[in-house]
Ligand binder design. Structure first.
Ligand code: PMV
Length: 348
């Protein structure tokens, strides 16, 4: 019986996807993200004999070696919705094992890495069953499309370094249905960019991204936000090409603060920063002011800080983190990550 394994990374958005258009997981605005390296999921999918003769999807899901019913039910629903595109989902049973490199309680969202790893496995199995070899642009585009249906941001995790998702008229080849690589335009400074994740709190998310996206439907600033995101994407893509770190940083921080502001003015409202998030933001701004070093932050839909800086100043920034920021982290926890090389098929 066939088995494939893929390792796929998480990503951190620079211009955020927050809000959907009508349709299945169609973003209200285009987004762009760095692909991470050390935060990843590893997923294997094996095709096994079915237990029944029905056409319904049959699967068993194990997370960290343990059966996980909650995930299994989610996955079953997802596979039922895409089974017309993958005939083996009706004819075979599936045995799925998944692990994350980062702890469940780290406050790092795993949906992007997990869903992209899963989509890569499905697309790979289909290729193998057809006797096709090699992974071309079409393969990754398809994986991105199905990753998107599982979790929007996962569409961006199938590419190395940096990926863009969502139709932007000024960027050729972009689409609402799948992400596209942006690597060939990326200034070399960003290819080794550092991302230290400062764990302000590892508590469960206060609001799911599904609920968060839907709150944008009634957010009074939605229209302005989508216009801002389009403009920020245009500006940041030019900074990413030229290596303009100041412009890159200003847009990245504006995006992080806007994401949180949108949640604060949604109805009901959510405060997703912690007191320590604010303390760290103040210190980062002060350090930047004093040192004149290009150290900027972004945030996901949670309290943890993603500190972004070029590799050539790592030593100085690590000293700053150890001396000023780590004391604000939950039990001093942080994850050292950087822009990464994208997903990888694991042999054997
Ligand atoms: O992919 P989702 O539905 O979990 O949404 C992700 C939303 C953010 O992480 C906040 C922003 C983004 O673009 O990744």
């Amino acid at each position: 019986m066939k088995k494939v394994t893929w390792r796929s990374p998480s990503n951190i958005a620079l211009v955020k996807y927050w809000g959907k258009k009508s349709g299945v997981q169609i973003p209200a605005n285009p987004s762009i993200s760095f692909t991470l390296e050390n935060c990843h999921s590893e997923t294997s999918v094996s095709l096994v004999e079915k237990e029944t003769k029905s056409k319904d999807v049959e699967l068993r899901f194990y997370f960290d070696g343990k059966a996980n019913m909650a995930f299994q039910l989610k996955m079953l629903k997802f596979f039922e919705s895409i089974k017309n595109s993958f005939p083996f989902l009706s004819t075979h049973g599936l045995l799925i094992h998944s692990t994350n490199s980062f702890p469940h309680s780290s406050g790092i969202a795993s949906s992007a890495s997990a869903m992209s790893a899963l989509a890569l496995c499905l697309c790979d199995l289909q290729q193998e069953l057809k006797g096709k070899k090699g992974y071309d642009d079409k393969f990754y585009r398809k994986a991105s499309t199905f990753a998107r249906l599982g979790s929007g941001s996962a569409s961006r995790s199938v590419y190395p370094y940096i990926a863009e998702w969502g139709k932007a008229d000024y960027l050729r080849g972009t689409s609402d249905e799948y992400a596209v690589p942006f690597e060939k335009h990326l200034h070399k400074t960003f290819k080794t960019y550092q991302n230290t994740i400062l764990i302000a709190s590892s508590a469960e998310k206060k609001v799911s991204s599904r609920v968060g996206h839907s709150l944008m439907k009634s957010n009074p600033f939605a229209k302005t936000r989508y216009a801002q995101a389009n403009n920020n994407l245009k500006e940041i893509t030019s900074a990413l090409k030229t290596g303009d770190l100041e412009k890159f940083g200003a847009i990245t921080e504006e995006e992080a603060m806007t994401l949180h502001a949108l949640m604060m003015c949604s109805s009901p409202s959510f405060i997703l920063m912690a007191p320590s998030t604010l303390a760290m933001i103040e210190k980062i701004k002060q350090y930047r002011e004093e040192s004149k070093l290009p150290v900027y932050f972004t945030l996901d839909a949670g309290p943890n800080i993603h500190l972004l800086y070029p590799k050539n100043i790592s030593k100085k920034v690590e000293a700053f983190i150890g001396g000023e920021l780590q004391q604000h982290c939950e039990n001093g926890r942080l994850i050292a990550d950087h822009v990464g090389k994208g997903p990888k098929k694991i042999k054997g």
